[in-house]
Design a protein around this ligand. Structure first.
Ligand code: HEC
Ligand code: HEC
Ligand code: HEC
Ligand code: HEC
Ligand code: HEC
Ligand code: HEC
Ligand code: HEC
Ligand code: HEC
Ligand code: HEC
Length: 485
């Protein structure tokens, strides 16, 4: 094309485009391609018109000359690479320009990408139908399974980030059980779920970093898209179970989070926002991801708990999410196998799928998105042995009056020290844990004691060797501990 139009003029585009479109049409019709030309159209969607490609490209960040990526050869010279590209149709083409990791917020470079399921799995192939499935032999792991270099359009217009589908639809095309092994689509159809599919158009991209980006005010930006918790370019599989640790899942690597510096009990902590690219900043714990949306760093819906206040280790009591618990002396026998007083609990230890084989807080049939049921009611009822609390606190110790005395004595508030302790209250009198205990933490009361519930505790006083309870069920009762706190 040395005698053709100046490369910067638009005239040269026409022969290129018509050649490409002719080839595309030939490919789509299944006709034999000219021998010198490698297969053109590796995806099975109908070839777009020149006008459609130009229109999409003009609105996309790749707007500019086609020759950034395509050769200007027409029919006069053989095209060496598929689609008349200037280099092979693979991820190296993208890396030519996207060589500065994290420059746009979430693409962290090719090396990190290749360590992800997306960059390594032979099943990572776009399944279609819109755009059509990819069928070229080396389709797996390509950026093009999620991105179209010219942009892609749906009913709402050009899809942001050059993605081939909008928001969760991109991810769920594969994460519905096939070709990805995990079925997140079913999780998100459960009655209690993150509103990933219920809210759209609020996530603005990987540079969201202000409290208002995630909060209910000044504008309602409340949302939870897959990308708020996962970075598809960095996320990777966990080696083993996270139970008993506070560690963040590696599937959430490269997603932004919020660190806390705690003050005294009841005081709003100081927050530091950590961008996705600072993934290696220690400590890296799961709750930091959740605090982006469930703490007073942002503005929460009215009535929702400020988890950062409740889990502050300066509180009188708390479940051990940010730090080990206040009660290292609780007998090891009082815990279910795998748990002890020195364990850490993650939000994900309690919140997540009710169907154990899919990890993560995507959806559950249990209210509050819990892994096991735990009704937030103090009304009298018999507790079942598969309720949430018993996944860590031994059922026989806390709820079974027929258990051996030696077993029940693993709780400080049971016989022999107390005539009617945990096992009798829960198992015989049918008082659920919720009547006497809060779940996340308490700035004032030790041992997660709840006051003000009905039925429940009106007042509680802790002494060195026991305590005194005033309840809606009986008058003032004092007890002596089985063993020291
Ligand atoms: C940023 C790089 C880039 C730019 C700029 C670019 N293309 Fe492409 N183009 C590609 C890649 C990569 C493919 C292969 C797509 C695939 O394998 O799915 C392709 C494929 C095509 C195809 C065939 C497949 C299809 O999607 O229908 C046509 C036609 C095409 N480009 C036209 C153009 C035109 C016209 C322009 C300029 C207006 C242009 N391209 C600009 C990278 C680019
Ligand atoms: C010729 C250089 C070049 C090539 C090749 C290239 N890009 Fe880009 N790309 C850019 C520029 C420039 C931008 C806009 C600036 C930015 O966001 O970094 C961009 C932006 C993007 C964006 C961000 C979209 C947005 O809305 O912010 C995505 C996604 C993207 N490119 C993906 C790809 C993929 C996938 C490939 C390989 C098929 C590719 N690019 C190849 C230059 C290129
Ligand atoms: C599994 C799907 C998926 C794959 C595979 C994928 N991306 Fe992305 N990419 C996305 C999504 C989704 C976004 C938007 C992220 C957001 O909204 O927070 C994005 C954003 C981007 C951006 C825009 C801004 C930035 O820097 O974050 C660039 C550039 C980019 N991708 C490049 C690539 C390249 C290059 C590859 C291949 C090496 C690739 N992507 C592979 C889904 C993917
Ligand atoms: C083209 C298919 C495809 C698309 C689209 C896709 N994924 Fe995946 N994803 C996979 C495959 C394959 C794996 C590897 C594990 C498996 O087979 O389940 C995987 C793994 C993952 C993992 C586990 C960590 C890892 O690296 O193994 C997460 C988290 C994930 N994907 C999130 C996303 C998100 C978020 C999106 C949308 C932005 C997305 N995926 C889009 C196919 C896809
Ligand atoms: C990007 C924001 C975002 C992040 C990050 C986030 N959530 Fe959410 N979460 C939401 C939204 C939005 C809802 C719907 C109710 C609302 O607006 O709070 C929700 C709802 C919930 C609910 C149900 C609340 C109820 O009243 O039933 C639980 C439980 C929950 N999230 C736990 C978590 C956990 C655990 C994490 C960390 C692994 C987390 N969330 C991270 C945005 C987020
Ligand atoms: C020990 C188990 C446990 C842990 C750990 C836990 N939760 Fe909960 N969470 C519950 C239970 C049970 C409920 C139901 C209401 C109640 O008991 O207070 C709940 C309710 C919620 C709710 C909805 C109701 C409300 O109070 O606003 C949200 C949101 C929530 N938790 C988020 C989180 C986040 C975020 C974390 C980690 C920072 C976390 N939880 C850690 C057990 C737990
Ligand atoms: C509120 C945050 C949040 C949102 C939104 C979210 N995830 Fe997750 N996801 C997580 C966490 C946390 C884990 C890891 C849980 C664990 O290992 O305990 C996870 C795990 C996963 C896994 C691995 C599951 C397994 O069993 O190995 C995949 C795949 C995944 N998520 C995909 C998605 C997709 C796709 C979307 C959007 C449709 C999405 N996630 C939305 C937080 C989220
Ligand atoms: C994922 C495991 C897990 C689950 C589920 C769980 N806990 Fe705990 N809980 C612990 C651990 C570990 C400790 C020990 C912390 C310590 O040493 O203070 C603890 C401590 C406690 C304490 C004592 C706190 C103190 O400071 O004395 C109470 C009370 C308690 N849990 C009640 C409950 C109730 C009620 C439920 C059900 C709503 C529940 N727990 C669910 C792991 C769990
Ligand atoms: C009638 C009120 C009441 C009910 C119901 C109740 N607790 Fe308690 N619980 C207490 C009191 C009082 C203490 C404080 C004991 C002390 O002084 O150290 C306590 C302490 C605890 C402790 C600290 C360690 C120990 O064994 O002393 C755990 C763990 C605990 N409760 C778990 C539970 C669980 C799980 C349930 C439901 C199965 C439950 N509690 C039901 C009143 C109650």
């Amino acid at each position: 094309m040395s005698t053709g139009p100046h490369p910067r003029s638009r005239a040269w585009v026409l022969p290129l485009v018509s050649a490409l479109l002719a080839l595309a049409a030939a490919g789509a019709m299944g006709a034999a391609l000219p021998t010198l030309r490698p297969p053109l159209h590796p995806i099975l969607h109908a070839p777009r018109t020149e006008a459609a490609i130009r229109r999409a490209l003009a609105e996309s960040p790749h707007a500019g000359d086609c020759e950034q990526c395509h050769t200007t050869h027409g029919d006069d010279q053989p095209t060496v690479y598929p689609n008349a590209l200037t280099s092979p149709d693979d991820n190296a083409l993208c890396a030519r320009c996207h060589g500065t990791p994290w420059s746009g917020g979430s693409f962290a470079g090719d090396v990190l990408y290749r360590g992800t399921g997306h960059g390594a799995s032979t099943s990572m192939i776009w399944p279609g139908p819109e755009p059509g499935m990819r069928i070229e032999i080396d389709a797996a792991t390509k950026c093009l399974n999620c991105h179209d270099p010219h942009g892609w359009t749906d009913a709402l217009g050009e899809i942001p980030q050059l993605a081939v589908a909008r928001e969760e639809r991109l991810c769920l095309a594969c994460h519905d059980g096939s070709p990805a092994k995990t079925d997140i689509a079913s999780e998100l159809r459960k009655p209690y779920r993150h509103p990933t599919g219920d809210i759209s158009g609020r996530h603005t991209g990987p540079t969201e970093s202000q409290p208002a980006d995630f909060g209910v005010s000044p504008l309602n930006n409340r949302h939870a898209e897959c990308e708020d918790c996962h970075n598809p370019h960095v996320s990777r599989a966990d080696g083993g179970s996270l139970d008993g640790t506070g560690d963040a899942s590696k599937t959430t690597l490269g997603a932004s989070r919020v660190l806390v510096q705690n003050g005294f009990a009841g005081q709003r902590p100081q927050y530091t926002f950590i961008a996705g690219q600072d993934t290696l900043t220690a400590p890296d714990a799961e709750y930091q991801l959740c605090f982006k949306c469930h703490s007073s760093w942002t503005t929460q819906p009215s009535g929702q708990t400020d988890l950062a206040l409740e889990l502050n280790p300066a509180n009188a009591s708390f479940h051990p999410v940010e730090a080990a618990g206040r009660n290292p002396n609780i007998s090891a026998m009082a815990f279910a196998p795998g748990w002890s007083a020195s364990s850490l609990t993650r939000c994900g230890s309690c919140h997540g799928s009710d169907f154990g084989s899919t990890a993560g807080p995507h959806g559950s049939s249990n209210p509050f998105l819990l892994r096991r049921p735990s009704p937030a009611s103090s009304a009298s009822r018999a507790m079942a042995s598969d309720e949430l609390c018993f996944s860590c606190h031994a059922y026989d110790v806390y709820a079974n009056p027929a258990a051996l005395p030696g077993t029940r004595a693993a709780s400080r508030w049971n016989g022999p020290g107390v005539a009617n302790g945990h096992a009798e209250h829960v198992g015989a009198a049918q008082v659920p844990c919720y009547a006497c205990h809060v779940t996340h933490g308490s700035a004032q009361q030790p041992d997660l004691i709840a006051t003000g519930r009905n039925p429940g505790m009106i007042a509680y006083t802790s002494t060195a060797s026991g305590g005194t309870c005033t309840t809606t069920c009986h008058g003032v009762e004092s007890y002596t501990l089985n063993y020291a706190r």
